[in-house]
Design a protein around this ligand. Structure first.
Ligand code: ADP
Length: 958
């Protein structure tokens, strides 16, 4: 009866309980008798008996409640019910027809004039008016609901002329101006600005998009999402909310994705439903100190109207569903999202920019306008999640995407092929290239890449990749004079330090845009700017004409900050330890000041102590680069710029921090519950520490840090693990002393990631890779290695992209490994042919206990093949063929399995078995005592048959 919007209006966190209760009662009352009765029924369930009697509300009393259930059933199929179930769609249809609908309701006597006035209060947006109208209608009861439905029918048959009305002339010319502004802003890829201009059109490559809620076991892997699905209907979780979140790691392509959407809209090539699109960068909004009204925000920050401003703004207010707002980089906003902010609903009243932004995202301001916001995952808390329409995850490039990007980047196909070959021979680097920003650097530095050969000397770490771009940009300048020698870092020591200081002070102050004055203070010269690490920032609405700069990408800012920490001989000794103890910082406001030591003493402006969402991830990236720069491998490069003992001291500090950090995680592992395995669930920060250890590239350190980990199960589900993280994990975990179950469910490991994991497979007794975008190719490599690993006994690959092409390798595994225990391949694309091949392996296996094929398409033929192969098994305990199109032939073929084996559970839910098939199973169960349950829910049996069969055989579960 209540909608999410109602729910949120009632549960306002900072309002008192009594006030919330009153609002709830008012709301329920306005929704009519049925809702009052349900509220009383709810009271009846929670109140002690003595307090229940005699309660009444609206026209209902607790005494009447006995009939509630029947009445609720009656409600089904009524006009009110139709209004309720189709509500989101009706709101959309109604908002352009409010007046017409009210006229009819008034005319038929369903509404009074004061009802109409209430709906049409000027503070409501058209969508809000539509919702109020629907609420009123429901409170009036069935006749009013019928009148409204009839009205809908009529308007559909004779659409009102206002539907096809063209927007006013001023709005059309404003749209034209906005389109050309947006087009100009999005035409070139911004980060190329400093070095060369590359048009987005030429380089844009589709990234991998996935719905965030694709985590339910019951939900099969959905097809790939396209760019327009970001704004479209697919995956909508909350119809009432307007905000779509696109989340992804730094460099995963969030800004570029928005830029692409903008360009497509500006050219009229996509997003046709939106008449106007307003784009904002949170980085820029952060520097807006003035209080603004929404109107000013739109016109000042996006596009100034030449025509009648009032008319244009009124059009925006009247047609929220035709407007799209985008906000890039919510994590870079100085303040983190909070809904305890002051409520601000008036589009013409001024407020601080964060207040405007939060109210827009919540829907208190400009309800009905679709908003797309991008952010790094860490910055999105539960508060914002409550207001989301849906969340889309951006997971960087697929292997095909990398190929496509490199080919677009290098017009010369021979160069592109050489780069790709070099990447394929260095899969650690290929893994990193799934993150577009790394892919861009690698492509840009192809000469350096091709020059460094294969094997040990080739780039394996993120730090190496960033050193390549550093070298590349320095070389560009040097080549005008001469080429650089081995001491190229020393040659550019001053530049590195100046840019480093700028980067560091910026991170400490959550500042990403710098004025010319700031640059001067840090000693950054015009020549330094020309190198290309800094790019001109689009001027804010500020009246000053001074130039602003930002780093090419946030990761570049972190890299320079790390260079500064490493190269600066005067740095505070506590800088490195403080940088690594990031978690402690969360309890200490003002940490960054302490962490970044003296750098921040000259900080500009007061720093708000509000939670800075981007801070932790940025400092983590910086710490990762610090670890990498202090690696032995880069020592000779830095030694000319920094005394050996200082470098030694800093490296030691890093190693101590990493070791202590990891130990802290190990200490927090809870004692195992009796009868369960000792298990560690990775806490935030664990994967980051592992990545830092990998950057150091010293196997001794990896071994030492892992020596003390004694768990049987390591859970890393939902940890944003991509191929790059897999390289780091395998690098470290291969040193574990005791075998573990490695759980990596719901990440984006992919085939490249699987290959990266191989070095640690020998320490895994089980590998869980559910929902990881793995195809036959990845599985083939995994199994090839798995066969050689004595301890490897279990694998779970639920919800990947497996087909019949991989079943042969599983058959081989089953034949070769007579200690293999569990094979789970649910929710893939295995058919009867694949099951037939699998059966070849099962026939020779003497150890398998669990076989899961839930949600494939093996049909009767496949079930027969599997049953035949397993009929003599003395080990099988659990078999699932749920949802596989198995009919009676399959069920009857499975019956001998029940007779002979050690089987305890047989799952045949959601198939097409009828009485004949079940009779076979019952017969087999008669001579069996080991089976505990045969699951048959969702087959083709009548309720009578179910009842009769359950009585005959209680182990059948329907
Ligand atoms: P994020 O906003 O997630 O930090 P960006 O969108 O700024 O990431 O991407 C960083 C860089 O990676 C871009 O400047 C561009 O060079 C490259 N890039 C990202 N996404 C794409 C894409 N879809 N196609 C081509 N290049 C991309």
């Amino acid at each position: 009866m209540l909608f999410r919007e109602d729910y949120q209006n009632v549960l306002v966190p900072c309002r008192g309980l009594c006030a919330n209760t009153r609002v709830l009662l008012d709301l329920v009352y306005t929704k009519g008798d049925e809702t009052c009765r349900l509220l009383l029924a709810a009271f009846k369930q929670v109140l002690p008996e003595a307090q229940r009697a005699g309660l009444s509300f609206g026209n209902c009393r607790t005494a009447d409640l006995e009939n509630t259930r029947d009445d609720t059933r009656e409600l089904h199929g009524t006009a009110i019910q139709t209004l309720q179930t189709g509500r989101p769609d009706l709101v959309r249809r109604l908002r352009d027809h409010i007046e017409g609908a009210l006229e009819v309701l008034l005319h038929t006597g369903s509404f009074t004039p004061s009802d109409c006035n209430e709906v049409q209060l000027p503070v409501y947006t058209p969508s809000q008016q539509a919702r109020h109208l629907l609420d009123q209608v429901r409170s009036k009861g069935e006749p009013a609901a019928k009148v409204l439905l009839q009205y809908f029918q009529q308007t559909e048959d004779h659409p009102s002329p206002s539907n096809q009305e063209a927007p006013p002339k001023e709005c059309l010319s404003y749209q034209k101006k906005l389109r050309s502004t947006v087009s100009a802003q999005s035409h070139f890829l911004r980060t190329y600005g400093g070095t060369s201009s590359l048009s987005l059109e030429d380089i844009y490559t589709e990234g991998q998009l996935e719905l965030a809620q694709g985590d339910s076991e019951a939900q099969p892997q959905t097809g790939a999402l396209g760019l327009e699905d970001v704004v479209g209907l697919v995956g909508t979780l909350n119809q009432e909310a307007d905000t779509v979140l696109v989340s992804g790691e730094a460099g995963s392509g969030k800004s570029t994705l928005l830029q692409r959407l903008h360009l497509l809209w500006a050219r009229g090539a996509a997003l046709h439903d939106f008449f106007l699109l307003f784009s904002f960068s949170c980085r820029r909004l952060s520097s807006e100190q003035r209080e603004l009204s929404l109107r000013e925000l739109l016109f000042l920050h996006c596009c100034w109207p030449d025509g009648d401003q009032d008319r244009i703004f009124q059009f925006i207010l009247d047609h929220p569903h035709l407007i799209l707002f985008t906000f890039d980089g919510l994590d870079e906003l100085m303040q983190s999202f909070s809904d305890s902010e002051q409520r601000h609903c008036c589009p013409t009243q001024c407020a601080p920019v964060p207040t405007l932004l939060f109210n827009l995202l919540q829907g208190s301001l400009m309800k009905g306008v679709r908003k797309v916001v991008t952010s790094r995952p860490e910055a999105v808390g539960p508060t914002l999640k409550r207001y989301l329409r849906k969340e889309v995850l951006l997971k960087g490039f697929s292997p095909g995407g990398i190929d496509c990007f490199v080919r677009k980047h290098h017009r010369d196909p021979t160069v592109a092929t050489r780069v790709l070959e070099s990447l394929r021979s260095n899969t650690a680097l290929l893994g990193l290239c799934h993150i577009p920003v790394f892919c861009w650097i690698v492509s840009k530095c192809y000469k350096e890449l091709l020059g460094c050969g294969e094997g040990e000397g080739s780039p394996q770490t993120i730090t190496y990749v960033y050193l390549m771009i550093l070298h590349h940009f320095f070389q560009r300048r040097a080549s005008q004079r001469n080429t650089m020698g081995i001491g190229w870092v020393q040659e550019h020591h001053d530049t590195a330090l100046h840019l480093g200081q700028l980067a560091m002070e910026g991170l400490g102050a959550s500042c990403y845009i710098f004025t010319g004055t700031k640059l001067q203070k840090c000693g950054v010269t015009e020549e330094d700017i020309c190198l290309g690490f800094l790019i001109r920032s689009k001027n804010l609405s500020s009246s000053t004409n001074c130039k602003h700069y930002e780093f090419l990408h946030i990761t570049m800012q972190c890299f320079f900050a790390a260079l500064y920490i490493v190269l600066n001989n005067n740095s505070d000794r506590s800088t490195i330890p403080k940088l690594f103890h990031l978690q402690d910082r969360q309890q200490q406001p003002g940490f960054h000041r302490a962490c970044l030591g003296h750098c921040l003493t000259q900080q500009e402006g007061a720093l708000k102590e509000a939670n800075k969402a981007a801070e932790t991830p940025n400092l983590q990236i910086t710490a990762t680069f610090v670890s990498g720069l202090l690696a032995q491998r880069h020592r000779s490069l830095l030694l000319l710029s920094c005394p050996g003992p200082t470098l030694d001291r800093k490296s030691k500090q890093v190693v101590t921090c990493l070791s202590k950090g990891i130990q802290k995680h190990f200490k927090s592992i809870p004692r195992p519950v009796e009868g369960e395995k000792k298990s560690m669930h990775a806490m935030p920060g664990f994967v980051w520490l592992i990545k830092c250890i990998h950057e150091v590239q010293d196997s001794r350190i990896a071994r030492d840090t892992m020596a003390k980990l004694e768990v049987e199960h390591l859970k890393l589900a939902y940890c944003n693990i991509g191929p790059g993280e897999c390289t780091a994990l395998a690098y470290v975990l291969q040193h574990l002393r005791n075998p573990v179950g490695l759980q990596l469910d719901y990440n984006y490991v992919g085939d490249v990631g699987v290959e990266q994991l191989l070095p640690c497979l020998h320490v895994c007794h089980s590998v869980y890779l559910r929902h990881n975008n793995i195809s036959d190719e990845g599985v083939r490599k995994l199994i090839e290695k798995g066969i050689q690993c004595e301890r490897f006994q279990k694998i779970a690959l639920f919800n990947n992209k497996l087909t019949d092409a991989c079943t042969e390798c599983f058959a081989h595994l089953l034949k070769m490994k007579q200690n293999f225990l569990s094979l789970r391949l649910g929710n893939n694309n295995i058919t009867a042919a694949g099951a037939g091949q699998l059966a070849e392996g099962l026939r020779f296996n003497r150890s398998l206990q669990f076989l899961g094929l839930w949600g494939n398409k093996i049909g009767d033929k496949g079930a027969e093949a599997i049953a035949n192969a397993l009929k003599d098994s003395q080990t099988l305990v659990w078999l699932s063929l749920v949802d596989n199109g198995v009919g009676n032939a399959g069920a009857c073929a499975l019956a001998p399995l029940i007779k002979n084996s050690t089987l305890e559970e047989l799952w045949l839910t959601k198939n097409c078995i009828t009485r004949t098939g079940v009779e076979c199973l019952i017969l087999a169960l008669e001579s069996n005592t080991s089976v505990k349950a045969v699951w048959l829910r969702g087959n083709e049996l009548s309720p009578e048959e179910v009842e009769e069969m359950t009585q005959r055989e209680p182990r059948l579960t329907f």
